[in-house]
Write a protein that binds this ligand. Structure first.
Ligand SMILES: [Ca+2]
Ligand SMILES: [Ca+2]
Length: 256
């Protein structure tokens, strides 16, 4: 029996491009991919749990051709979405992060997809010792054309107190399409103010606008085909958002 598996990396280069495609440090190991501070829901719920106080449930679901996941952008990736139990009643589904006891302020970053129809609603709450506080972030009535990113600063005045973050979806009876979530991550410290970003720990809530020409802004360190240092740290280790020369690109101002 031949059980050899080969993987193929396929790059398509724009004929007018002055840019490049680069691959480095490929590592293969058994098991699902994981990032301690990120959940892409590829093999599990990463310790997230459904609230037992509500009937609606968040479930992992494999993407489809028209609704790809965010992590991989393919139908083979997973995300979480709400499954309702009763189509005649509005239901609430609440996905709760594992408990954390660390810093007093954390930045929660997540990707969401609100389907068409003004009846869907997604909110982020802090649960402190089981008590749900006022919504820190809420979006409703504006459907997404695809995955959108949001960042929410979570503050807990009582240091080292056990807290959780809850993603709450309200599913109105009679609607089929539901809210989706993917790539939820948390890091110490506050989120950058809307529009501000030093690119030292990601792109904040800036995203590339697909233009179909194969060009994107990429995160880069000093030196290679770019400035020798970034502006924030004035060192080659700081991160910038670069595009090859002569290419004019747009980045999308985050919604707030
Ligand atoms: Ca995913
Ligand atoms: Ca920087």
């Amino acid at each position: 029996m031949n059980d050899t598996i080969r993987m193929v990396f396929t790059g398509h280069r724009n004929t007018n491009s002055q840019g490049f495609i680069a691959i480095d440090d490929i590592a293969v190991r058994e098991g699902a991919c994981s990032d301690q501070n990120m959940c892409g829901f590829e093999s599990s719920l990463c310790g997230f749990e459904n609230s037992v106080s509500h009937k609606g449930q968040w479930h992992r679901k494999r993407g489809t051709q028209h609704q790809v996941d965010h992590t991989y952008g393919t139908e083979n990736g997973f995300y979480v979405t709400v499954m309702t139990t009763n189509s005649t009643q509005t239901e609430i589904a609440q996905l709760i992060t594992p408990e954390f006891t660390s810093a007093t302020e954390m930045c929660v970053r997540f990707w969401y997809w609100l389907p068409a129809g003004s009846s869907n609603d997604l909110a982020v709450h802090l649960l402190r010792s089981g008590e749900q506080l006022d919504a820190l972030w809420k979006r409703s009535g504006a459907s997404s054309t695809g995955w959108e990113v949001a960042e929410v600063t979570v503050s807990s005045p009582a240091k080292f107190r056990v807290s959780c973050v809850a993603f709450t979806a309200i599913q109105v009876a009679g609607t089929n399409s539901t809210v989706k979530l993917d790539d939820i991550s948390m890091r110490d410290g506050t989120c950058s103010p809307p529009g501000s970003c030093d690119f030292e720990s990601g792109q904040c809530s800036w995203v590339n606008i697909p233009k179909g020409d194969g060009h994107d802004w990429v995160m880069a360190n000093g030196g290679f085909q770019g400035p020798p240092t970034d502006h924030t740290t004035q060192t080659p280790d700081g991160t910038t958002s670069d595009v090859p020369q002569h290419n004019k690109l747009n980045m999308n101002m985050p919604l707030e």
